[in-house]
Write a protein that binds this ligand. Structure first.
Ligand SMILES: NC(=O)C1=CN([C@@H]2O[C@H](COP(=O)(O)OP(=O)(O)OC[C@H]3O[C@@H](n4cnc5c(N)ncnc54)[C@H](O)[C@@H]3O)[C@@H](O)[C@H]2O)C=CC1
Ligand SMILES: O=C(O)CCC(=O)C(=O)O
Length: 390
């Protein structure tokens, strides 16, 4: 029985993938083999000995201590693209509320309706000019990060009649193919800053992208620019954004990640991390995360991991050894020589690496003794050895 701990509310569409005869799932499970998580902060999480994998039902993994996971042989998965449509749709809403004072206008109507002796129909026609705002049509949108979300945002913005500039120095071939050819892809983000009336950021939050939008970046933008951040709070420097809003350089800032500093600032529209909060995206993410976790625990296959390579191998023996190790020379020789001394035949073998780490899967025509698994564990640079039997 595999034990799976849930650290956030995970859609039943995902949990249903984990059948009760093989998986015990709950938020109170202890010494878990796997974790299903959304945004729960895990940096101080104490890993139990059994923990082999963490599946993030979502895109961003900045809440997970990836380096510590790699050092402990814990595979971290995410669900690329599974919630991208939900975020794209909220970006459309964000563009509109950043432009037209829809929220202010609706609030004002409520106030008028609650005021005694006000003829609402008359008051509306008299008061509406306070909520005027520009159209999106023929304005320029700058999209920073052209991955799953950024590409969808670019394409829908073209449909809205906007001129679209995109920036992504690490643009993958797949992502490039998803982009409409009318998007102007620029090599330098300054080109995008110079022309954009609206800027939206869709990059992961890392040490390299922290404070991506800061005073220096804002100084290169057009005056009265509207900035949207549905990616992570730390991508925008709060103090610099507040200064820019106060000076009027930035007309509106829509953030899905409010904190005490920014939430009440004039011309900030703060949303409660709603980007992926649709039933469709919660289901997509949960299903994908649960499937990936299950396939790893049962078969050792890895798909969509952020710290280890993708490896899929069809079963061809009666026993499978899954080894996570440092990406260093001679590991394969050492592994296969221990196995051949034991007299088992290798039916199939896959070895792939990702940066400093590698994963080897070996299918054998026989079972190995615990002592042999321990010998594999003692190879310098070996991090984790798991033996699965068919
Ligand atoms: N508000 C919400 O509920 C949600 C927020 N997010 C956030 O959005 C981020 C992006 O999500 P996806 O598009 O699904 O991820 P993705 O991995 O498909 O795309 C990210 C893109 O950013 C690019 N990138 C990385 N560093 C960059 C840099 N310095 N400059 C420009 N581009 C850079 C990458 O090359 C990649 O194409 C996530 O990491 C997460 O933080 C994602 C889903 C929901
Ligand atoms: O699970 C959620 O609602 C958050 C989604 C998110 O921020 C992400 O996928 O990066």
């Amino acid at each position: 029985m595999y034990r799976i701990k849930t650290l956030n509310k995970i859609s039943s569409a995902g949990l249903d993938q984990l059948d009760k005869s093989r998986f015990q799932v709950g938020n109170d499970v202890e010494n878990e083999d796997g974790i299903l998580v959304r945004s729960a902060a895990m940096h101080d999480y104490v890993f139990p000995d059994a923990l082999r994998a963490i599946a993030r039902a979502g895109a961003g993994t900045n809440n997970i201590p990836i380096d510590r996971c790699s050092e402990n042989g814990i595979v971290v998965f995410n669900t690329p693209g599974a919630n991208a449509n939900a975020v794209k749709e909220l970006v459309i809403a964000a563009l509109l509320i950043a432009s037209r004072d829809i929220l202010g206008g609706a609030e004002w109507v409520q106030e008028q309706a609650h005021t005694p002796n006000v003829d609402l129909a008359t008051a509306v026609e008299k008061g509406k000019s306070a909520f005027v705002g520009p159209e999106l049509y023929r304005k320029t949108l700058g999209v920073i990060g052209l991955g799953a979300i950024g590409a969808l945002v670019c394409n829908i913005a073209l449909d809205l009649g906007m001129d679209v500039y995109g920036y992504d120095p690490f643009l993958s071939v797949d992502a490039a193919l998803r982009l409409d050819r009318h998007v102007h892809v620029v090599k330098n983000v300054d080109e995008l800053y110079k022309v954009s009336d609206y800027i939206t950021i869709h990059v992961p939050y890392t040490n390299d992208t922290k404070d991506f939008i800061n005073a220096e970046a804002i100084a290169k933008m057009k005056g009265q620019v509207r900035v949207l951040n549905l990616a992570r709070g730390g991508l925008v420097n709060d103090d610099d954004m507040i200064a820019a809003l106060e000076s009027g350089r930035v007309a509106k800032y829509v953030t899905d990640f409010p904190d005490d500093k920014i939430a009440l600032v004039h011309n900030v529209i703060a949303l409660p991390h709603l980007g992926a909060s649709t039933p469709e995206s919660e289901e997509n993410c949960a299903r994908m995360a649960a499937d990936q976790l299950k396939d790893y625990l049962i078969n050792g296959n890895i798909k969509n991991s952020v710290n280890l390579p993708n490896v899929h191998q069809d079963w061809s023996g009666i026993s499978r050894v899954c080894l996570i190790h440092k990406n260093i020379p001679a590991m394969l020789t050492k592994i296969t020589s221990i196995l051949s001394e034991e007299g088992v035949n290798v039916e199939n073998l896959t070895n792939k690496s990702k940066k400093d780490y590698a994963y080897t899967m070996v299918d054998l025509n026989g079972r190995i003794k615990d002592a042999v698994a321990d010998e594999l564990r003692s190879i310098p640079g070996m991090i984790r050895v798991r033996v699965l039997n068919h």
